[in-house]
Design a protein around this ligand. Structure first.
Ligand code: HXC
Length: 268
């Protein structure tokens, strides 16, 4: 069955400053928001990183700022996750620079609010292509390296598809697909020592998703049992755990980090 023996970690080693020293992270969507914070937090634990996205100038500025704030190395490599050839080049640049890839974050996403009858086939397909096909393309481009390093994937999903959320048909369908893809990846690659998990953030402050996609006047404290919207650090902390050796027997899971939001239904 399994050809790879999973080491059992000592919990004293989790969350130490040099937890990810000597490791390499490849992150799509790391220019801003949640993924930027995850990359920054992992770099502050010693990881070297490649951030990948369409906006070459913005990526370079983010990579420089990540290096300044953490002291670890970061390269910016521009690619559209919808294009396997561009992703292949981004992976090659990462390998040329760092020699390997241990961790992958599939975080690139696109979204907007639109009711189904206003959503053109091309609009629906655009978000499926960025969020779901982009995840598949990222997996295909990186899997040989993750097999070598016995590495781990983390997919940034959402909670909106657990129920029906108006105006989010395209992204709900895409994120449900991402969750399913991660499970299959976990099943197929587990025997080779590669893990795959999903992180599902709730509403997170100071992100493009929050500023563009939530209704005006929404009071999150009324809808979130833990009484506040999330911080990008809430997501980064969960990501550090899921990549750490403390999670070495965790694969094929979805970790929801949302202050309890998706569980509750208001009494009126
Ligand atoms: C209806 C829209 C639309 C809108 C675009 N389209 N915006 N339809 N309402 N508001 C349609 C266009 O008319 C076109 O269809 C099709 O979508 C493709 O649009 P393009 O602009 O050509 O696509 P592209 O340049 O590739 O841009 C992709 C994008 C864009 C998704 C539309 O918004 C983008 O690049 N976003 C990246 C950043 C982002 O969205 N981040 C937020 C992530 S937050 P037609 O038929 O007219 O040609 C997130 C959180 C998820 O993901 C969970 C949230 C709670």
């Amino acid at each position: 069955m399994s050809s790879y023996k999973i080491p059992v970690p000592n919990s004293k080693h989790t969350f130490r400053d040099d937890l990810f020293k000597g490791k390499v992270l490849f992150c799509t969507g790391g220019r801003s928001g949640i993924c930027y914070k995850i990359v920054e937090t992992m770099m502050s634990h010693g990881v070297d990183a490649a951030i990948v996205g369409r906006d070459a100038k913005g990526l370079l500025e983010s990579a420089q700022s990540l290096e300044r704030s953490t002291g670890s190395k970061c390269i910016a490599t521009s690619a559209d996750v919808r294009d396997p050839e561009q992703l292949g080049k981004a992976v090659k640049e990462t390998i040329d620079k760092f020699g390997k890839i241990d961790y992958v974050i599939c975080g690139a996403a696109g979204n907007f609010l639109a009711p189904i009858d206003n959503l053109s086939p091309r609009a629906f397909k655009t978000v499926i292509d960025i969020d779901l096909l982009g995840t598949y393309n990222t997996i295909k481009a990186t899997i040989p390296h993750l097999r070598q390093s016995h590495g781990a994937y983390l997919h940034i999903s959402a909670t909106l598809h657990y129920r029906g959320l108006p105006y989010q048909a395209h992204v709900s369908a895409a994120k449900a697909g991402v969750d399913a893809l991660s499970n299959v990846l976990a099943a197929e690659e587990g025997p080779r020592g590669v893990r795959s998990n999903v992180l599902a953030p709730g509403p997170i402050g100071n992100t493009e998703g929050m500023s563009r996609l939530t209704p005006k006047g929404w009071k999150p404290e009324n809808d979130i049992p833990l009484g506040r919207i999330g911080d990008t650090s809430d997501i980064a902390n969960a990501a550090v755990f899921l990549f750490s050796p403390a999670a070495s027997w965790i694969t094929g899971t979805v970790t929801v980090v949302d202050g309890g939001e998706h569980h509750i239904r208001q009494m009126s």
